[in-house]
Design a protein around this ligand. Sequence first.
Ligand code: GLA
Length: 737
Amino acid sequence: MGITYNVNGKQFHLFNAEISYFLGICPDGEVGQLYFGKKINENQTIAYGQTKGVRPVCCNTKEDENYTKELAMLEYPAFGNGDFRTPAYEIRQSNGSRVTNLIYREHRIYSGKKPIEGLPASYANTDDEATTLEIVCFDEIAKVEVTLFYTIWEKYPVICRHAKINNLADDRVVITKALSMCLDLPDSDYNWLQFEGAWGRERYPVERSLSNGITQIESMRGHSSANYNPFVIVKRKNTDEFMGEAIGINFVYSGNFVAESEADTYGKLRLLMGINPRWFEWPLDKGESFETPEVIISYSKEGLNKLSQSIHAFMNNNLVRGRYKNAPRPILLNNWEATEMNFNEEKILKIAKKGKEAGVELFVLDDGWFGKRNDDYAGLGDWFVNNKKLPDGLKGLSEKVNDLGLDFGVWIEPEMVNEDSDLYRAHPDWVLGAPDRTRTLGRHQMVLDFSKKEVVDNIYEQLYAAFSEANISYIKWDMNRSITECYSLGGDPSKEGMVYHKYIMGVYDLYERLIKAFPDILFESCASGGSRFDAGILYYAPQAWCSDDTDAHERIKIQYGTSYGYPVSMVGAHVSASPNLQTGRNIRIDERAAIACFGTFGYELDLNEISDEEFDMVKEQIKFMKEYRSLFQYGSLYRLESPFKKNISAWMVVSKDKETSIVAIYKNLKTPNVGQIRIRLKGLDPDGVYKINDQKEAYGDILMEGGVQYPEGDNEWFFDDGDFSSRIYVLKKNVTK
Ligand code: GLA
């Protein structure tokens, strides 16, 4: 791995064993893109593609009439200087001009990677894991400096990028757009894969063929959203799970974003990702700077599955922090679907006790323990215990739960406030809202103005007091509505365009302070389920509630889609009651567990209310999960059959040493007389003999090349287990021949 600079050719080469990224200084001094893809020879100079316009409508510089930016591949393209595609940034200067031209000035190459102040970012555990290139560019007229950051990683086909803008002019400039990256590719023969949905059906993969023009997804909700995830894949049209080229782009950010591709009429493709420029204005006075969030660009020449595996390993090792990094996640029991807000200490302890009996490790008290919180009209903002429900406070309850032999965790929703709360009565100007306008409500609540430091300070102090008083091991940090009427009351009107970004910086600040104060607490992010499931939040919360939809049949799709861009260790997945709260569907408890085990695993129901037979199954499930959770959460994941394509879906995990593997096959609806389907396994040792569920034996090669047949028995399809059934196979390697 390394980064070299070819002085004569003025070209940089970032490379590791798998990928190469070439960029150079174009004839007019701007930084241009030359090659991104599979690793190629280090010591070569790459010719620029076509940059000469053939008609005068293609504009050229005065100095070089053979060079037109309209055709060039650029790394951080500007507005107004002859490139008519979408720019990566725009800066309004004090004279009203938005024209800029960034010219290479100097560069630095060093081992390791620097943090981005106030923002989540990937990090190197040791300096030799990563090499960073900083290219400093300057606009002579605007006196604005832009530094482009590139980090290449030793072990992963991954490059991280972001930019920093510095105002060296005497007057204020206003950034109206500052994306994190632009990647120009020499052809546009790609498909675009986005992960979309809504509450209850998050991150479904949807593929679009790129035709000329702009393809875009975005969020303007103040959070990354369930509607469009800030992760996209650009792939060759015939790329499938196991072959073909694919580029992934994850945004390490949880607020408004845009992801865009522009296929131009010359056949090139521009990829862009960053903070959504809509309603974004960031003034910079002399000497001030603005740093964008980072993007993680991943590459695979061997299909989507390899791309996902690289992203998973990278996130687990270089994005997740703290005690739970690469650690098995506790099996938890959450009371929400069992009681909602209608509980008292006795009821809670009864649920927790049964959980302990089943083998659960952590009990989580969800919404309703604080302020006057008996329904969703009151209480948010008042983070002190409701003594009517919990007379001995969180302290008393946590001790009692601990005495049962369980860890204790609680739910919070720190960014929100109800009108009926002490906090709102004392500080009505602490909520976001446009002057003189009615505020749109969501779940009867308003959004606190986290762009104001005093608001974040207040919530921090309240939470610090609550968490210090009790023995808390886990926090579920929820966020249940999007931002509307985004306006910070009493602020400087010329700075209102900063509010969305400052809001999410406030969220990150609160996370950071709480993590510092309570380093042993495991944070799980939640936003009405999976509405803030992104690489930014993962830096603070090692796991995130994947969806409020816990119906096993729906969950297969949600978790399968999520796995393209995020590791299994991040996926909060629980077994809930049947009939399911969201769909009313009845699915057996073993099927519910068979999908939840591809996640952090836990329960979301009152175990006192299930049958003895089901309770015995729960005990077995927990035992099984304790034995294999590290494999599920940190093994290599292979997607075998997609639930979006067939009635049968399948995936598997394999341990790093290929000794152990677990295969799960899910059948959706029972259909008569369809024959067997063949599922080819992946990632096994071809010469290893695997024992399957302690019974049959088979070589890895036949399991991978020949596949397994499902259903196995002759009549199983008709008479066995009906709709929504699954099979879990544990494969253990016996001998290598
Ligand atoms: C959201 C979450 C649920 C639960 C409720 C509590 O909907 O997604 O899991 O915590 O809030 O109000």
